[in-house]
Each structure stands twice: as C-alpha cells, then as structure tokens.
Design a protein around this ligand. Structure first.
Ligand SMILES: NC(=O)c1ccc[n+]([C@@H]2O[C@H](COP(=O)([O-])OP(=O)(O)OC[C@H]3O[C@@H](n4cnc5c(N)ncnc54)[C@H](OP(=O)(O)O)[C@@H]3O)[C@@H](O)[C@H]2O)c1
Length: 222
C-alpha cells in the first residue's frame, strides 16, 4: 500500500456531496483521493476544476490509498463499486435511499432495515461501516462548517457498530467542522434517514440529543 497516510480519505463519487466532503477534508488538512465510475484521467478533468489538490484515481485503486473511504454515490449504483477492495477499511455511508433518483430498490423500499444495514451486508465482513453526513445537504456541508468550540456549531449524527471506527469518524466529522453526536448502532440508524425529524434539521448538539431521545422514547412504547 502506497504511503497509506492516516489522514487520507478516499471518496467514491465526485458529485454534489463528494465534492463538498472533498473540499472540507482538504481544508482540514486531509489528503483526498476521489474515484468515479470512469477512468482516473476523466475524473481528474472534474476534480482539477472543482477540488484542486484532490488526487483522482481509478475506482479499483481507491481503497489502496486511503484507510477511510466515503461512499458518496447514489444507492442504486452501490453494487457497481469494487466492494471487495473495502476489506479492512473504515467505510463511511453518507447515502440515502431516494426513490425519485434511485427508483424502487426492493431491499431499501421495504424499510424493514435501516439502509446502512443493507449497505453493510454488501461489504466484506472486515469493512467497518459508519453512517454520517447523510442528513445534511451538500451546500450546508460547506456553509455550516465551523471550527471546534464555536457556539451554535451544527451537530451530525454518527452511527456504527465498531466503536473504534465510530471514534475515528467522529474525529473526522469534528475536523470537517461539525459536532459529532453518537446515535447508536447501524440497526438504529433509521433516526438519520429521510423522514426522521433529524434529517435536514441543522441542530446544535443539545437540540439534536433532545430530538434523538424523544425519537427513542417514541419508538419504545412504555
Ligand atoms: N446531494 C446532497 O445534498 C446529499 C447530501 C447528503 C447525502 N447525499 C447522498 O450522497 C449520495 C450521492 O448524492 P449526490 O447528490 O452527491 O449525487 P450526484 O451529484 O449525482 O453524484 C454522484 C457521483 O457518484 C459517481 N458514481 C456513480 N456511480 C459510480 C460508480 N459505480 N463508481 C464510482 N462513482 C460513481 C458519479 O460519477 P459518474 O456517474 O461519472 O461515475 C457522481 O460523481 C446519495 O446517496 C445521496 O443520497 C446527498
């Protein structure tokens, strides 16, 4: 693995959300590599303009240059990714099931399971999946980012089953300008999905935690 720097993040997707996260990560001092479904040279034409400083790579190479890999593609494209290369990586699921763009994907449409559980099932067993950044708009990822300690800083929920991976991604969220708030396991990550009051809410941490606890008490009847 070529100088797999601790502070390198790989991003599948150079669209609205991929670019916003790439810019925030660059600002925070991370090395950033990006892959699309096209060859690196074609991705480079996009990233050179939108995210100067980002390294464009082929999708098959992305996980070999970054210990953290962000999935920023439409959910319907998930299974096109070279998922086997994600073994041993911390994988960040920022994706939402969105029927107007994804169409009907039966696994996700039933909503029997949180979407991240379905994503995790598609990954190698050793990949450590964390969900975050999915419940904020791409423009807000840049506009609302603030340094740590800023009064009124916006909270982002972080969900995952591997506590070390959750801690690493909580630091990543903090570095990118938001207050990380643990929301529990992937099975419980419905709370971050479209339709939840936390989705698109831009709350400070105290309000976010309060909304989260109200949701929990609503979901577990006395
Ligand atoms: N937009 C938002 O405000 C926002 C906020 C939070 C989360 N999200 C979630 O983030 C995901 C992406 O949304 P978006 O709005 O950023 O989408 P988008 O603007 O349409 O960009 C999607 C990107 O994914 C790439 N892609 C598609 N298939 C790929 C593949 N097989 N391998 C590698 N790259 C591939 C596309 O490039 P090519 O087609 O050229 O390969 C494109 O760069 C969605 O699940 C969405 O719900 C979006």
């Amino acid at each position: 693995m070529t100088a797999l720097a601790e502070r390198t993040v790989g991003i599948f997707g150079a669209g609205k959300s991929g670019v916003a996260i790439a810019r925030r990560a660059l600002d925070a001092g991370y090395g950033v590599a990006v892959a699309t479904s096209g060859p690196a040279w074609r991705t480079d034409l996009v990233t050179r303009v939108l995210t100067p400083g980002v390294r464009a790579v082929d999708a098959a190479e992305l996980a070999s240059v970054a210990p953290i890999v962000v999935l920023a593609v439409p959910l319907r494209r998930l299974r096109e990714l070279p998922l086997s290369t994600l073994a041993g990586r911390i994988v960040v699921d920022i994706m939402n099931y969105w029927e107007p763009t994804d169409g009907v994907l039966p696994d996700f449409a039933s909503r029997a399971h949180a979407s991240s559980l379905i994503v995790r099932a598609a990954l190698p067993a050793s990949a450590r999946l964390v969900k975050t950044f999915n419940h904020i708009g791409y423009h807000e990822m840049e506009q609302l980012a603030r340094p740590s300690g800023t009064v009124g800083r916006v909270a982002l929920g972080v969900a995952g089953d591997d506590l070390d991976a959750v801690a690493t991604i909580a630091r990543f969220v903090d570095d990118l300008g938001f207050d990380p708030v643990s929301t529990g396991t992937l099975a419980d990550s419905h709370c971050l999905q479209p339709g939840s009051p936390l989705f698109g809410a831009d709350m400070e941490p105290a309000a976010f935690r309060e909304a989260l606890s109200q949701l929990a008490s609503r979901e577990v009847p006395a």
